[in-house]
Design a protein around this ligand. Structure first.
Ligand code: SRM
Ligand code: SF4
Length: 574
């Protein structure tokens, strides 16, 4: 039986965001005008709320915020644009388009996200229309990359079992297409009313799944193929776990109610793991996704946004309520869940031959940032590869990049470029770093409380020193850092998790499951680098000496009493 903590309330008045959505005429608002207004580099708050549904956020460069304030200048406004790519798969041409847009209009770098998308930062308002147009010209888009809708559907890029991967990917794409908003506002505002190639517009503008007020909050779906849980399926609002028999896809176990975000000091908010509620066949998967989304549309909290995610809707009413409601809406029942086993949630680096005789090469991209460093021309190297590569690129859920589907006859050429540019699988680093992720955080993220992407590499240098002393350089340990408790790097699933509290200060969490199957627990609060290293050092040495055979770090810290095991998000703060 599930515990319930929150009252299933929608008693309060709708939040301001609900008003903005309701008055927006299917996400138009006054965006068309304000985006063309030459008087400010920003846009008004109401339009910024709507802008998210179009895949973009107004941000400002926080590195220069105080100085500009001092000079009485408006903040250094700029936009972040997020591109949707279900399952993270793009062609070479699409990759080239992303590269070119990043160079022409953004800050010259590309960011691979924790949900297998591209982000570009630093785009000025005057270049927004052209940027989005060029993204659409490449047959990718940004609609619903952010906002109170279903986001980019994640899917295992699983190169070593590519036939099943291909099949599972097709289902992920169908879910994504089925749940795409139908509004024409996107085309009107960004493409001057033009249709994109495979748009599914109908003549009458309605949102049959979402309604004119869309969902109460963002909604996330991931599809996993065991033994890899790289999509962190239990962190998703809705998850599907592929069930295979003799290498064939039988269907999917369904998981509901995961989520990572919380607010420091507010125990009504917590990370939660999805729960497995049953099994469906492949052709039922889109129906299940649609009905789950409509349940959240109808029952999610539209009054208090911090309690509006699906995890709270379920925890407030109970999992049995959810299953009954789902069965009612489906008109049929899920079958009992089938057995599955996850082994890890990280990426496998380097060369792998798929069963279609094509080759795949997984590169380590530290924290997902693709740029040229003085000594490491990553961005240029990848662009050179696109010029000869006939296959595809696959963005992994761990912010890495797979050069996918390389034909045998092209392998040597790709390999030569990989060598020439020193493109790395992270082998020179510890296994801990190869299993690390950090969210974007400063200087672009408006919600950041502490550094993350810019800081984790140097912290890991020091932790690697401890690992070397303890002889654990090749020990796989999952480490995640987020600059605030929103949890964009899924830090509650790190065997070691850092969550920013204030500049230079982090909460340290320990004890998540190696395969993303258990949340971690707060170990130390509000500590800086010196204390982090002082805290971790003895635990790492203890682990080196007294771990049992094949015991993962997250399991060890629970067995030896550093932290209590967390069974549910409802116990996260206990
Ligand atoms: Fe996130 C908000 C970046 C994945 C939970 N996230 C943000 C914003 C847009 C900040 C804002 O609202 O102003 C960040 C933009 C930073 C920047 O400058 O780029 C941001 N989130 C990211 C990315 C880019 C992190 C990364 O390093 O890759 C990821 C983009 C994914 C994508 O392509 O769609 C990203 N965000 C996640 C994840 C992980 C996931 O989805 O698997 C989570 C935790 C899972 C979840 O949703 O529960 C996540 N982001 C949040 C939250 C907390 C939501 C909540 O309800 O608890 C916020 C804040 C909010 O929504 O109010 C947020
Ligand atoms: Fe920003 Fe916080 Fe997300 Fe990091 S976790 S990108 S700081 S919202």
């Amino acid at each position: 039986m599930s515990k319930t903590k929150l009252s299933p309330t929608q008693d309060g008045p709708p939040s301001d965001v609900e008003r903005i959505k309701a008055e927006s005429n299917y996400l138009r608002g006054t965006l068309a005008e304000t985006i063309s207004d030459p008087l400010s580099a920003g846009i008004p708050d109401d339009d910024n709320r709507l802008m998210k549904f179009h895949g973009s956020y107004l941000q400002d460069d926080r590195d220069v915020r105080n100085e500009r304030q001092r000079q009485k200048l408006e903040p250094a406004y700029q936009f972040m644009v997020r591109v949707r790519a279900p399952g993270g798969i793009v062609t070479s041409d699409q990759y080239i388009a992303m590269h070119n847009i990043a160079k022409k209009y953004a800050n010259g770098t590309l960011r691979l996200t924790t949900r297998q998308s591209f982000q570009m930062h630093g785009i000025l308002k005057w270049n927004m229309k052209q940027s989005i147009r060029e993204i659409n010209d490449s047959l990718l888009d940004t609609l619903a990359a952010c906002g109170d809708v279903n986001r980019n559907v994640m899917c295992n890029p699983n190169p070593y079992q590519s036939e099943v991967h291909g099949e599972v990917y097709e289902w992920a794409k169908r879910i994504s297409e089925h749940l795409s908003p139908r509004t024409r506002a996107y085309h009107e505002i960004w493409l001057d009313g033009e249709k994109v190639a495979d748009s599914t517009e109908s003549d009458v503008e309605t949102e049959p799944i979402y309604s004119p007020v869309y969902l109460p909050r963002k909604f996330k779906i991931g599809v996993a193929v065991p033994p890899s849980n790289d999509v962190d399926v239990f962190s998703q609002d809705l998850g599907f776990i592929a069930i295979l028999q003799d290498g064939h896809l039988q269907g999917f176990n369904v998981t509901v109610g995961g989520g990572m975000g919380m607010t420091h000091g507010d125990t009504d908010t917590y990370p939660q793991l999805g729960r497995v509620i049953g099994f469906c066949s492949p052709d039922q998967v889109v129906d299940v996704a649609e009905k789950i989304v409509t349940i959240q549309r109808d029952y999610g909290n539209r009054s208090v946004r911090k309690n509006a995610r699906f995890k709270y809707t379920i925890d407030a009413r109970g999992i049995e309520w959810l299953i009954n409601e789902l069965h009612d809406r489906l008109g049929w029942e899920l079958q009992p869940a089938r057995l599955f086993e996850f082994e890890h949630n990280g990426d496998r680096y380097g060369w792998v031959k798929g069963i279609n005789n094509k080759w795949h090469f997984t590169l380590f991209i530290e924290n997902g940032r693709i740029k040229d460093h003085e000594e490491y021309k990553l961005m240029t190297g990848l662009l050179e590869i696109t010029k000869i590569h006939q296959g595809d690129f696959r963005l992994t859920p761990n912010q890495n990049l797979i050069i996918g589907n390389i034909a045998e006859e092209n392998k040597a050429q790709v390999e030569q470029l990989i060598k020439a540019y020193g493109l790395t699988t992270g082998k020179q680093h510890s296994a801990l770093r190869r299993n690390s992720m950090a969210c974007v955080s400063l200087p672009t993220c408006g919600l950041a409380m502490a550094e993350s992407e810019r800081y984790l590499p140097s912290l890991l240098d020091k932790i690697e020193g401890i690992l070397d002393e303890a002889g654990l350089r090749e020990e796989e340990i999952v480490v995640r850092m987020s600059g605030c408790p929103n949890g964009c790097s899924r830090p509650a699933l790190g065997e070691i998790g850092f969550i920013g509290k204030a500049p230079g200060k982090y909460n340290l969490y320990l004890g998540a499951g190696f395969s993303g199957n258990r949340l971690n627990k707060l170990y130390r609060e509000n500590i800086g680098e010196k204390e982090i290293l002082e805290e971790l050092k003895p635990i790492i040495h203890h682990y080196a000496k007294e771990r049992q055979e094949n015991e993962h770090f997250g399991d060890f810290v629970i067995r030896t009493g550093y932290v209590k095991e967390v069974h549910s998000g409802l116990d996260f703060h206990d």
